[in-house]
Write a protein that binds this ligand. Structure first.
Ligand code: GLU
Length: 508
């Protein structure tokens, strides 16, 4: 029987989470839920130079906002705590030591200058790759070339050293990626990677493999940029004696620029005027603020839907998926190899779809706040009616207020083309008799009643309603087109409607 699925999202807190990272987290989550497994969150913070304060909190908040629930890990705890790698130093040191004891790794004392000199030497000799490997290691200062006593003395004296993997010279390393199929690499292409740095902290490679093993990870789902490291990781599993429980790998396709070639960058986002981070981020050193999808008005369910389809689709026509539907349909084997073009218009389209589905009462406070900030009185009830009338016409909740400008403002100008084409004698008569009818109107001023009044009046006056509707709208809003006119009138109220009709009659 295969072991229960356990996946992890393992970001490094080096700044705000890139939207590609959010997709990686999402695919892990969908897979975990689909398989009835667990989703872990591990913080890979062993590179002290790249640590950015606030980044970890940012990651946790982003996942919460988007609706990804962590089962075990940073922020929630669990049996394999701690989940921050900087707090697991001894664990990695122990494994590095074991590799040394078993002859699979070695100490290296080379200084930066010595490493530099080696690189230059190799470049001058036209060596294919200037790397520390099975051949070059024998000319360097390490425990393979030094006397055991010297090595011991140096370590005892506190001399700085790193621990390097003793990569085999001739071995084939194969892995079966769930998305890409078999990937084969010859070990001569892998250098003697540093596993433990001179500050006693592990490199990403060692810490990642040790933790994935200890945390029982069954599937590693991550970005394509890690594919070149995967053979090294396979080798590490082999050397650590964990090959039989090695996780399966799935390397996700890149997110591409909007034009479709090259990797999506922050610069592309800035140029295109769209966010690339889930939440707004203030750089702790420069104070610079980068926009976020949340603050730009994207709904989390829209972003989830958009990201889920960047690199995967179920092979049907369906485009709208709730998180639960995604979980039910997601299949890691169907994820594409080719990069996915980041089309922000599509993200807006998804947002439009989900704004339409949001209950009016949830969007109304935004409209009310904006209206009041602009100096208009607006009850929640009125805001709700506005939402109901206009939410189908916008991509973002904050656009509803802008769209409602003809409701809050009586027209001061009138569309000239419509005036020229439609403001004729019939129109003037229609507006006049309608105004008269409204003056004696009593009862609830609601769309249906207004509609009846209008059609009754037009019939009595012998005016074809179809012919004057655009002029009527012009008189009331200044424009030739817009949302349902009767509902608009219900919202602006009887007195304001009459006032606008009179204005039009006196101005036009
Ligand atoms: N810490 C790595 C990152 O920031 C994790 C890569 C992996 O999932 O193995 O992307």
């Amino acid at each position: 029987m295969s072991s229960p699925v356990r996946v992890r999202f393992a970001p490094s807190p080096t700044g705000p989470l890139h939207i590609g990272g959010v997709r990686t987290a999402l695919y892990n989550y969908l897979f975990a839920r689909k398989m009835g497994g667990k989703m872990l969150l591990r913080i890979e913070d062993t590179d002290q130079n790249r640590f950015v304060p606030g980044a970890e909190e940012y990651i946790l908040e982003s996942l919460r906002w988007i609706g990804i629930e962590i089962d075990e890990g940073q922020g929630v705890g669990g049996p394999d705590a701690p989940y921050r790698q900087s707090e697991r130093k001894e664990i990695y040191q122990k494994e590095a030591q074991r590799l040394i004891d078993e002859g699979k790794a070695y100490y290296a004392f080379d200084t930066a200058e010595e490493l530099d000199a080696m690189r230059k030497r190799l470049e001058q000799a036209n060596a294919p790759a200037a790397q520390y490997n099975a051949i070059t290691r024998m000319q360097m200062r390490n425990s393979l070339t030094m006397k055991a006593d010297d090595v011991k003395a140096r370590i005892e004296a506190g001399d700085p050293f790193v621990i390097r993997l003793k990569t085999p010279r001739k071995e084939e390393v194969r892995l079966n990626d769930l998305i890409r199929g078999w990937v084969t690499v010859h070990s001569s292409a892998i250098d003697d990677k540093v596993l433990l740095k001179s500050d006693g902290l592990p490199t990403y490679h060692l810490a990642n493999i040790v933790d994935d093993h200890l945390m029982g990870i069954t599937h590693v789902i991550r970005g394509e940029e890690w594919l070149p490291s995967a053979p090294l990781h396979v080798l590490l599993y082999r050397y650590l004696g964990w090959e039989s429980t090695m996780p399966q790998f799935a390397h996700l396709p890149l997110l591409l620029k909007p034009e479709g070639n090259g990797k999506l960058s922050k610069r592309d986002a800035d140029l295109g005027g769209f966010p690339i981070f889930p939440l707004q981020w203030t750089d702790p050193t420069t104070g610079q603020v980068a926009r976020g999808f949340r603050e730009d008005g994207y709904l989390p369910e829209a972003l989830v839907n958009f990201l889920a389809l960047l690199g995967w689709n179920p092979g049907t026509e369906q485009e709208l998926f709730t998180m639960d539907e995604l979980i039910a349909t997601f299949d890691i084997a169907q994820v594409h190899k080719a990069g996915a073009r980041f089309d922000i218009q599509k993200a807006q389209w998804f947002n439009h779809q989900y704004i339409r589905q949001r209950p009016d009462s949830e969007l109304a406070p935004t409209v009310q706040q904006q209206a009041e900030a602009a100096g208009f009185a607006c009850s929640l009830e009125k805001a709700e009616k506005i939402v109901s009338l206009l939410k189908g016409r916008v991509n973002f909740a904050h656009e509803i207020f802008t769209e409602a400008s003809t409701i809050f403002n009586a027209p001061t100008t009138y569309d000239e083309a419509i005036v020229a084409a439609k403001w004729n004698e019939d129109a003037i008569r229609a507006v006049t008799v309608f105004r008269d009818a409204l003056q004696t109107f009593d009862g609830d001023f609601v769309a249906d009643a207004i509609k009846h009044t209008l059609s009754d009046t037009m019939q009595q006056a012998g005016i074809k309603q179809g012919k004057i509707m655009q002029a009527m709208r012009l008189a009331l809003t200044g424009l030739g087109a817009g949302p349902d006119l009767m509902l608009t009138l219900e919202i602006i109220g009887k007195d304001e409607t009459i006032k606008r009709l009179e204005n039009a009659l006196s101005i036009l």
